[in-house]
Design a protein around this ligand. Structure first.
Ligand code: SAH
Length: 351
């Protein structure tokens, strides 16, 4: 079987092309075509001599993502794509055109098996991990989409379907690739990874020395509520997760973001806000409040705006940095795993 070359570091490309008779410097040309120009066919790599292009095509493939479905919000700011790989696995990628740049939300696994009760990604479990190349392919697809407007991806959030820290090696390779000059040349600071709180992997990530932003999904201040919402809390409790967040900020010097999904009647009261403030006071962190995307089948609903505002005010009074996540793309099912679930119900619309 031919080896896929997409998603390899330049040094790895060098190591596999030299045995078939290509010069090392050809790896720089190949990576520029793939990662910067969006050319995924060896024949089109016109600064390589034709016999070398043929040699490459005989030995290697360039596996990227294919579009299955796309939806655009009515204000055109959010685009949600269902992308598929050669084995038919499909994942969601979201582009958010923000005032401060273009953000892409990438998936790290096909589905998810963490079982959070409010999350649509988890309904069918995790089919498999995505490779570094498959995560990168999502960003490059969006880069090609933005090209006619002379724009590129400015921020990456690893917050789509999947638990990135359960796919550790591929995700870290993806992050490192994004930073390489021959790839996206993005600063680590423009990359955010969101985790449900896999404590040993948070410590491992801190030791990598990558100054990315870490977001931790907290969603509750006491273990009994958090366990109901997020079964992973049985393994890593609220206090253990926050201690890991502290170690991360201490090692990296970076502020940790705690994501807190507000669910009416479950974790959105003034008492919860006060508990959250008490838990986080004095820690190097921000809170990001996310009014839940309704999951009617499970009786989970977003609180009224006034409740969200009150929760935010309580945190502010207690000197906790807080932002409320701006909702984008709710008219196109841009919330976590919804589009993929729809597509599992009906046959793909092939384009
Ligand atoms: N597994 C990782 C990343 C994917 S989820 C994690 O748990 O952080 C990204 C974020 O979206 C998490 O904070 C998650 O809890 C949140 N989320 C999932 N479903 C949601 C919903 N229905 N409404 C609001 N936030 C949701």
């Amino acid at each position: 079987m031919k080896k896929n070359i997409f998603g390899l570091y330049r040094e790895e490309i060098e190591a596999i092309i030299t045995p078939i008779g290509l010069e090392r410097y050809r790896a720089a040309q190949i990576s520029e075509w793939m990662y910067q120009r969006g050319v995924y066919c060896f024949q089109d790599m016109t600064n390589l001599p034709l016999p070398k292009r043929m040699l490459l095509a005989q030995n290697f493939t360039i596996d990227t993502a294919h579009l299955k479905l796309e939806q655009h919000s009515s204000d055109k700011k959010t685009s949600k794509l269902l992308l598929a790989f050669d084995d038919g696995a499909a994942i969601e990628t979201v582009l958010m055109r923000q005032p401060y740049g273009n953000s892409v939300c990438v998936s790290s696994q096909v589905g998810c098996n963490m079982g959070c009760i409010f999350c649509a990604s988890t309904l069918h479990g995790a089919a498999r991990n995505l490779s570094a190349g498959e995560i990168l392919a999502q960003v490059l697809y969006i880069n090609q989409m933005l090209k006619p407007d002379d724009m590129t991806v400015n921020n990456i959030v690893i917050m789509g379907s999947g638990e990135p820290l359960n796919n550790y090696d591929h995700v870290v390779k993806f992050i490192r690739l994004c930073h390489q000059e021959y790839c996206l040349n993005l600063s680590y600071r423009s990359i955010t990874l969101s985790t449900c709180g896999i404590v040993p992997a948070i410590d491992r990530l801190a030791a990598e020395g990558l100054p990315i932003t870490l977001s931790i999904s907290l969603h509750a201040t006491d273990d009994s509520t958090r366990t109901k919402l997020m079964p992973v809390n049985r393994q890593y409790s609220v206090s253990e997760v926050i201690a890991a967040g502290d170690r991360y900020s201490k090692t990296t010097g970076r502020r940790v973001t705690y994501e807190y999904t507000l669910i009416a009647g479950i974790n959105d009261g003034p008492v919860h806000a006060k508990q959250l403030a008490d838990l986080l006071r004095g820690h190097l962190c921000n809170v990001n409040l996310i009014p839940v995307n309704n999951v009617p089948e499970r009786g989970l609903h977003r609180p009224p705006l006034s409740t969200v505002a009150q929760f935010e005010q309580t945190l502010l009074h207690n000197k906790i940095n807080v932002t409320v996540r701006k909702e984008m793309g709710s008219d196109i099912q841009a919330a976590c795993g919804q589009l993929r679930n729809e597509s599992l119900k009906k046959p793909y619309i092939n384009r």
